[in-house]
Design a protein around this ligand. Structure first.
Ligand code: UDP
Length: 230
């Protein structure tokens, strides 16, 4: 499976950057899931450090801003790799923007070989192209490695009809179709990512990374995620 972790998921309660304690907690959730015998790849975001679209809104050239955003995902991926290795899980980082002195470049077959060798693989630098998001990178990499599901880690335990933090009447969905997600304009992932998943019949699961044990519970078949499929 492929897990999409947003940069915010590594920020903990801080307003910016990385919280090392929280990164360790996330790493141990992933380690526990990995110990269940599941092959795990991850795509990490960079929004806790830099988001291209916000900087382009204040005058920075968008492609340049997006390059900075992609570099932010590399920082997050390396932090997570370090935390995973501290827990004794062999972990490889593959980047879509080549930087041979830091880590290996994305190469689909090598990524699959690493997964078959029981290594966790973290994909960083998104798709390597500006004007995309790491949600889209997650959908793309999940398709490339033939993942059975894309699990999107969020702050809440699934998809709601409205933001459950702001609206206590928000309704949680156990299951949704792609058509419903689009028709109701539910903010699961951006349209490019949703379309890619839909066209490739790749189910999405949305779960809370803030709830201890939720990831392992989802893998154990418990209804701890909203599942989106056709
Ligand atoms: N980004 C990009 N191309 C990609 C993926 C990401 O240019 O394929 C840049 C973009 O600027 C984005 C930033 O990297 O704002 C961080 O990614 P994202 O916003 O998806 O991170 P998240 O919200 O998941 O933390």
């Amino acid at each position: 499976m492929l897990i999409k972790l947003s940069g915010e998921a590594l920020m903990g309660d801080r307003g910016y950057g990385l919280d090392p304690d929280f990164v360790s907690e996330v790493a141990s959730e992933i380690r526990n899931a990995h110990q269940m015998g599941v092959q795990i790849a991850l795509v990490v975001g960079g929004g806790n450090i830099f988001r291209g679209v916000s900087s382009s809104a204040v005058g920075m050239q968008r492609s340049r801003a997006d390059q900075m955003g992609m570099l932010a995902t590399v920082i997050n991926g390396l932090a997570l790799q370090s935390a995973m290795e501290t827990l004794g899980v062999e972990t490889v980082v593959q980047t879509a923007l080549e930087m041979p002195k830091v880590t290996e470049a994305f190469q689909r077959d090598r990524a699959v070989a690493h997964l078959n060798e029981n290594r966790v693989v973290i994909f960083v630098a998104g798709t390597g192209n500006p004007f995309f998001t790491t949600d889209t990178a997650a959908a793309l990499r999940a398709c490339e490695i033939d993942a059975e599901i894309l699990l999107k880690a969020t702050k809440v335990d699934g998809v709601y009809s409205a933001d459950p933090v702001k609206d206590p009447a928000a309704q949680r969905y156990d299951r949704l179709t792609f058509t419903e997600v689009l028709a109701k304009d539910l903010k699961v992932m951006d349209l490019t990512a949703i379309t890619l998943c839909r066209e490739n019949a790749l189910p999405i699961g949305v779960f809370s990374i803030y709830e201890k044990g939720a990831l392992a519970a989802v893998l154990g078949g418990q209804p701890k995620a909203t599942i989106i499929e056709e």
